[in-house]
Design a binder for this molecule. Structure first.
Ligand code: AMP
Length: 395
C-alpha cells in the first residue's frame, strides 16, 4: 500500500514526500480512510507508530480542498515538547499547502503566540492551560473549528487536565469531527471518549503491548550500586543514543551530573527546567551533541527522537502502561531497540506484569566484570546465609 491510495490532494502527497515517508504505517493505513470519511475516531496507539501524520494528513487534506481563513483544527497535547513536535510535523507535511500552524504552550512569552493568532492560523496545537489562557484574553476565534484532536488523552488525564479539557470542549462548535488518541484505554478514559465522541470508529495498533522490535532485560542490583552499574552499561553494552529514566526530577539532575562528571555527553530534561533549557536538551540529544538524555516521565512524554537505541529504566516506573510508554521511545518503525531495567527486589511485582504484557519471561542479566559488591538485589537479603557471612566479615 502507498499513500496514493488515499486520494490525497496532490500538494499533500508532495508534503509526504518531503517528510520522506514512502509507505503508511499500520495506524495510518487504518485511521486515514476513517478520518477522511468524516467519522469520529478513537485511535489506540503509542507515540512512535506514526499517529501524528495519521490525524494531521487528513486535516491538511481538508484545508487543501477547501481553503479558509479561520482556525479550522485544534490539537490538544499534554506537553510542550509534544505540541512543538506536532507543530513541526504539521509545517513539514503541510509545506506545499502553506499551512499556518501555531503551537501554544506555557513557560514562554504569551505575546508572540497571541500575535501569531492575530496574523491568522489554520491549525492550533496547544497544551490545555495556555489555550484557555489565550482564550480568556480573547485571542482565539473558535467559531469555525471543524476538527478537534485529543492526543495522548490518557496522559492528559493523568496530568490532571480533564477539567481543562471539559472547559475547552464547551468552547468549541458541537458540529465537529473529534479524534481521540490514547496509548491505553482504561475505563475512565473510555468513559471520557464516550462522552465526547459521536459513533466513533475504533482503530487500534498493538494497544498496551511494547513494540515487538524491542528486546527487554532486567539487571538486578541494589540501590547503592545502581549508578555505577549504569555507568558501566553506558561505557559498555549500551552505546548509542540512550534515554535514561528516573523517578524524580532531582534524581534526573543528580544522575546527569554524575554521568557528566564521569566524562559522558549527557543532558537532563525534567519539568522544573525552563522551556528554553528543555528544548536545548532535546535539540542536543536529537543532533547527537548529547548521547545520553536523563529524563522524568512527564518531561519525556511524546519525545520524538529517531534512532534511540536504548531505553534504560534507572528507576522502574510504577505501572506497565508507563513502562510501555517509556520503551516505546526505542525500536520505532521497525528498527530494533533495547529496554534495560535496573531492578531492585521490590520491583518483582511490576516485573511479572511487564512479562505478561510482553508475553514472555524477561531475561535477568549480570554485567560481566562489574563489581556487584558481593550482593545482587534479589539474591542476597538479610537473613540469607550470604548476607550473614558478609555482615560477619565486616565486623
Ligand atoms: P509519531 O508516532 O507520530 O510520533 O511518529 C513517529 C515517527 O515516525 C516520527 O519521526 C515520524 O516522522 C515518523 N513517521 C510517521 N509516519 C511515517 C511513515 N509513513 N514512514 C516513515 N516514518 C514515519
Amino acid at each position: 500500500m502507498d499513500f496514493r491510495s488515499f486520494a490525497f490532494h496532490p500538494r499533500i502527497l508532495s508534503g509526504i514526500e518531503a517528510a520522506g515517508y514512502t509507505h503508511p504505517t499500520p495506524i495510518q493505513q487504518q485511521a486515514i480512510p476513517v478520518i477522511l470519511e468524516g467519522h469520529d475516531m478513537i485511535g489506540v496507539a503509542q507515540t512512535g507508530t506514526g499517529k501524528t501524520a495519521a490525524f494531521m494528513l487528513p486535516i491538511l487534506h481538508r484545508l487543501a480542498e477547501r481553503p479558509g481563513d479561520h482556525v479550522r483544527a485544534v490539537v490538544l497535547a499534554p506537553t510542550r515538547e509534544l505540541a512543538e513536535q506536532i507543530h513541526q510535523a504539521t509545517r513539514l507535511l503541510g509545506r506545499d499547502i502553506g499551512v499556518r500552524s501555531v503551537a501554544l504552550y506555557g513557560g514562554v512569552k504569551k505575546w508572540p503566540q497571541a500575535a501569531a493568532l492575530r496574523r491568522g492560523v489554520d491549525v492550533v496545537i496547544a497544551c490545555p492551560g495556555r489555550f484557555l489562557d489565550l482564550d480568556g484574553d480573547r485571542a482565539l476565534d473558535l467559531s469555525h473549528v471543524e476538527v478537534l484532536v485529543l492526543d495522548e488523552a490518557d496522559r492528559m488525564c493523568d496530568m490532571g487536565f480533564l477539567p481543562d479539557i471539559r472547559r475547552i470542549l464547551a468552547l468549541l462548535p458541537n458540529d465537529r469531527q473529534t479524534l481521540f488518541f490514547s496509548a491505553t484505554m482504561p475505563p475512565e478514559i473510555r468513559r471520557l471518549a464516550q462522552g465526547i465522541l459521536r459513533a466513533p470508529v475504533t482503530v487500534q495498533v498493538d494497544a498496551g503491548v511494547p513494540a515487538k522490535t524491542v528486546s527487554h532485560a532486567f539487571y538486578p542490583i541494589t540501590e547503592g550500586r545502581k549508578r555505577d552499574l549504569l555507568l558501566a552499561l553506558l561505557q559498555g553494552p549500551a552505546t548509542g543514543r540512550v534515554l535514561v529514566f528516573t523517578r524524580t526530577k532531582s534524581r534526573a539532575q543528580s544522575l546527569a551530573s554524575f554521568l557528566s562528571g564521569a566524562g559522558l555527553n549527557v543532558a537532563a530534561i525534567e519539568g522544573d527546567m525552563s522551556q528554553r533549557d528543555r528544548q536545548g536538551a532535546l535539540d542536543g540529544f536529537r543532533s547527537g551533541e548529547y548521547e545520553i538524555l536523563v529524563a522524568t516521565d512527564v518531561a519525556a512524554r511524546g519525545i520524538d527522537v529517531e534512532d534511540i537505541t536504548h531505553v534504560i529504566n534507572f528507576d522502574l516506573p510504577d505501572s506497565v502502561d508507563a513502562y510501555t510508554h517509556r520503551v516505546g521511545r526505542t525500536g520505532r518503525l521497525a528498527k530494533t531497540g533495547h529496554a534495560l531495567s535496573l531492578s531492585a527486589p521490590a520491583d518483582r511485582l511490576l516485573r511479572s506484569w511487564v512479562e505478561k504484557a510482553v508475553g514472555k519471561p524477561i531475561e535477568s542479566r549480570r554485567l560481566p566484570g562489574f563489581d556487584y559488591g558481593g550482593a545482587v538485589a534479589g539474591e542476597a537479603r538479610p537473613g540469607s546465609s550470604r548476607f550473614a557471612r558478609r555482615a560477619r566479615l565486616r565486623r
